[in-house]
Design a protein around this ligand. Structure first.
Ligand code: AHM
Ligand code: MG
Length: 337
């Protein structure tokens, strides 16, 4: 099959599907195109990482108190600059920045309706060892009046209000997967000509899977329900053919489960009482994608997309993936609550 001839490009796909979007003014199309551009720039740098002096630590901590890697800093700047210079959003919140950013002209424009929340380089502990990293983004329409400065409440909307979300995996090939609430589609980058092609139309997470994905190094601190679920997966009975895979890059672990079926868990009781992952930058977008692909995402008890956020950098326990596997894990959680 000829990829260039037989497959739609991401640009064509975005424009063609614009008409299905309820506020179809072309604004979201421009925003998604800007994300596509930023992602190509980051991809190019990630692929050069072994060649130039960009690997390693930047020497600072981010707002989560974690060491920032050079590529984190670069990716953060690329996404913020690309989105703000094009004035396609009125505000940006990034996992790497303490406060949200108001885009000067766009926030006063009657035409600029969107805010973006972004984890510019997810899984950054994997950069130095040539393992897949990713980018995660989440898009909302502002709820404060047009033409006024964006406010915190524009960012603290429940995930169910997202108008689009997606992730990019910089892996053995680079893929961009996104949803605007009408299913999930995946695009693979042809790096020779810098074009994404529709390679995975209408992605669906298998209802059942064989893979459980969790950092078992934290086992001693897991809630009893999670411990019991892991033991259930490990019991070698005929109907339980489970195996474990954990990359430590959410985008890559989620992507594998999306294709093959599986569950990803980052529970409470580990790095912090609410686990490690951030509701706004990581869990909401992935939950939106999971549900759009027929999967499920909860905090062990509640639907992630129903949670009313209270803070930009709020963390939440995360159980996400194949519907039947998430429901089984929830069963163990409820037995121990
Ligand atoms: P990051 O955004 O700082 O890279 O942290 C998020 C990452 C996820 O991609 C990954 O699933 C998780 O942290 C791994 O954490 P741990 O090393 O504690 O298992
Ligand atoms: Mg992250």
């Amino acid at each position: 099959m000829d990829l260039e001839r037989d497959h739609q490009t991401l640009g064509e796909f975005i424009i063609e599907n614009q008409k299905d979007f309820k506020y179809s003014t072309g604004e979201l199309t421009r925003l998604l195109s800007s994300i596509k551009l930023a992602c190509k720039i980051v991809n190019q740098k990630v692929n050069q990482a072994g060649l130039i002096d960009i690997l390693g630590k930047f020497g600072k901590e981010n707002v989560q108190g974690e060491e920032q890697q050079k590529l984190d800093v670069f990716a953060n700047a690329v996404f913020i600059n690309t989105l703000s210079q094009r004035e396609v959003v009125c505000g940006i919140a990034s996992e790497e920045n303490e406060d949200f950013i108001r885009i000067e002209n766009a926030q006063y424009s009657e035409k600029s309706h969107y805010v973006v929340l972004i984890d510019p380089l997810d899984g950054s502990s994997n950069i130095d060892v040539n393992v897949s990293v990713g980018t995660i983004f989440s898009i909302y329409r502002r709820i404060t009046p047009d033409g006024t400065p964006v406010q915190m409440e524009d960012f603290l909307q429940p995930g169910s209000q997202q108008v689009a979300a997606g992730y990019i995996v910089y892996g053995s090939s680079t893929m961009l997967i996104y949803t605007t609430g009408r299913g999930v589609n995946g695009f693979t980058l042809n790096p020779q000509i810098g074009t994404f092609y529709l390679s995975h139309p209408n992605l669906k997470i298998p209802e059942d899977g064989k893979i459980y994905s969790i950092n078992e190094g934290n086992y001693a601190m897991f809630p009893q329900g999670v411990k019991d679920y892991i033991k259930y997966c490990q019991a070698k009975e005929e109907d339980r053919p489970y195996t474990s895979r954990y990359i430590g890059s959410l985008c890559a672990d989620f992507h594998r489960n999306m294709i093959k079926g599986g569950i990803y868990i980052y529970p409470s009781g580990t790095n912090s009482p609410n686990g490690k992952l951030r509701l706004l930058y990581e869990c909401n977008p992935m939950a939106f994608l999971a549900e759009q692909a027929g999967g499920k995402a909860t905090d062990g008890f509640r639907r992630i997309l129903d949670i009313q956020p209270e803070r930009l950098h709020q963390r939440v326990p995360f159980f996400c993936g194949s519907k039947n596997m998430v429901e089984k894990a929830e069963e163990f959680m409820s037995q121990n609550s």
